[in-house]
Design a protein around this ligand. Structure first.
Ligand code: SF4
Length: 196
């Protein structure tokens, strides 16, 4: 990470592979969300200035990327709240590994997941307001529809990635009505992101 920092800065701090422009949801600064995983990871981060690598990468970072957040907003958040956020280690991990804004200089694929990975790696889903098993409809976990929305939105940039091909096979084999329902659910959540 230090080597990439010295080799690629200052341009690295401006990379935005997906051209993401959204603001970070308001609740990243309060922890006031009904999503149990984000509520816990954010409140812990704001209270102790620390979170586990998986909380940073697969909960807060994962959601920010699925939500199309401007990587500069994500950088500012990680830099602002973590006690160990030295610039050289923060920006390479956040903009590179977490947000894939470097297009693959550091990572080989974007680190995004639906609820099943979060459920496997944590105890969050069992007591969540949202239903980890639901992709659409009332109380469907937002990660599930946003995950497929992410792949659909960025197909032209990701379809050739050999580590992702299988996901596009699954996506293309889904029934058209299921795909439409997932994209509509994601669109609704993105439009109401501060209320999730
Ligand atoms: S159900 Fe979804 S929002 Fe709730 S804790 Fe699990 S992954 Fe997070």
């Amino acid at each position: 990470m230090r080597g990439i920092y010295w080799h690629k800065m200052p341009e690295f701090a401006t990379l935005n592979f997906f051209n993401n422009t959204e603001k970070l949801p308001n609740w990243y600064w309060t922890g006031k969300t009904k999503m149990n995983c984000l509520k816990d990871a954010i409140k812990q981060s704001l209270t102790f200035a620390y979170a586990h690598h998986i909380q940073r990468l697969m909960i807060t970072g994962n959601f920010a990327l699925l939500a199309g957040t401007d990587p500069s907003e994500v950088d500012a958040w990680y830099l602002g709240i973590y006690i160990d956020a030295l610039h050289w280690v923060e920006i390479t991990n956040t903009r590179g590994m977490s947000q894939f804004a470097d297009g693959g200089i550091i990572g080989t694929k974007p680190y995004v997941s639906s609820a099943s990975y979060i459920d496997k790696m944590s105890h969050y889903c069992g007591t969540c307001f949202y239903n980890k098993a639901k992709k659409t409809g009332d109380k469907a976990c937002p990660f599930n529809s946003l995950y497929w929305n992410f792949y659909d939105r960025h197909e032209s940039k990701l379809a050739q990635n050999p580590r992702i091909g299988m996901m596009y096979k699954l996506w293309h084999n889904m029934k058209p009505e299921d795909k439409t329902a997932l994209l509509q659910q994601a669109d609704y959540y993105l439009k109401h992101i501060n209320e999730l």
